[in-house]
Design a protein around this ligand. Structure first.
Ligand SMILES: [Zn+2]
Length: 306
């Protein structure tokens, strides 16, 4: 064997050892912790991961008080968000299609949903939520808190997977979810396990999840009785407000339209005024979760905002 070959092999071995060491480090595995059961080390400062939970195709624009000609696209993005704080994790919304209901192929596949009130929807999926979490080293049982912006099916699909997290919800929302007759546009089977979750009922307009003002759930009723939005104070990005379904299309905001299926259109209008004032005062950006073009521009997990 020539010297050069031997050096090349040595170099290859050194590189392999480095890759292995990095892999163990990235998973946060210590020497006495098997890597598979180890969740990632908490970061020093707040991170926000944007996850792809599909694209929802809308046939009836009238429900949003809009005409097809008034919007740049009728498609809606479905986003899920993982917030990672030094003190724990919060999952915000869980998608439209349960991971258990389909198999990712690597290419877009269209899933058909029939809702509790017989409405039907098509959603194009590429990645499962649990696979996106696993890519970061998290399993559903690692998640500290679960919060849904509201109970509609396109936000609850994987809620049952996170029944071991502490659920952050308002009483009126929980009451509607588990009432005798499920509200419209829901899939109660996707969140039924939350009935027995450790639950924290949010009673104040603002709930500071980790106690340092960086992750705050704000009451934003109207779309549903206990609809809420999420404010994040990120060190580099600045203030970001995740809209829930306060708006779906940016044109709803520009043209002042309110969906016809809101629980209370009057309440939605009042909430929009209050949130506009908050955005101005805090200098925050509003991220409309369902805004297809806006969402397309966001960095996706495993990249993150900090
Ligand atoms: Zn929605």
């Amino acid at each position: 064997m020539t010297m050069m070959r031997r050096n090349a092999i040595r170099l290859f071995l050194a590189a392999a050892v480095t890759v292995l060491a990095l892999a163990v480090h990235a998973r946060g595995g210590g020497q006495d912790t098997p890597p598979d059961s180890a969740s990632p080390q908490p970061p020093r400062s707040l991170r926000l991961y944007v996850m792809d939970c599909g694209t929802l195709h809308i046939a009836d624009m009238g429900r949003f008080g809009l005409k097809k000609e008034e919007v740049s696209t009728t498609d809606l993005s479905v986003a899920c968000f993982l917030v990672v704080h030094p003190k724990g994790t919060l999952l915000w919304d869980t998608g439209a299609i349960p991971d258990a209901a389909w198999k990712p192929t690597g290419s877009p596949t269209t899933q058909h949903v029939v809702l509790s009130d017989s409405q039907e929807r098509d959603v194009t999926m590429i990645k499962s939520l649990t696979a996106q979490l696993a890519e970061l080293g998290y399993s559903p049982t690692d998640i500290t808190y679960l919060a849904l912006s509201h109970y509609h099916y396109d936000h609850t699909a994987n809620a049952n997977e996170f029944a071991r997290a502490t659920w952050l919800v308002r009483q009126v929302e929980r009451d509607a979810m588990f009432g005798e007759k499920p509200p419209g546009t829901t899939q109660p089977s996707t969140y039924s396990a939350l009935r027995d979750s450790k639950t924290l009922i949010l009673k104040t307009d603002e709930y500071d999840v980790f106690g340092d003002g960086t992750v705050v759930i704000k009451s934003a009723p109207g779309h549903t009785p206990g609809h809420q939005v999420l404010y994040l104070k990120l060190a580099k990005t600045g203030g970001v407000l995740l809209s829930g379904d306060l708006y779906h299309y940016p044109e709803e905001r520009a043209l002042d339209r309110v969906p016809t299926f809101d629980f209370s259109q009057e309440q939605t209008r009042a909430t929009r005024v209050a949130i506009d004032a908050f955005l101005k005062k805090s200098g925050s950006q509003l991220w409309i979760q369902h805004d297809f073009n806006g969402n397309a521009k966001l960095k996706k997990s495993p990249n993150f905002y900090d």
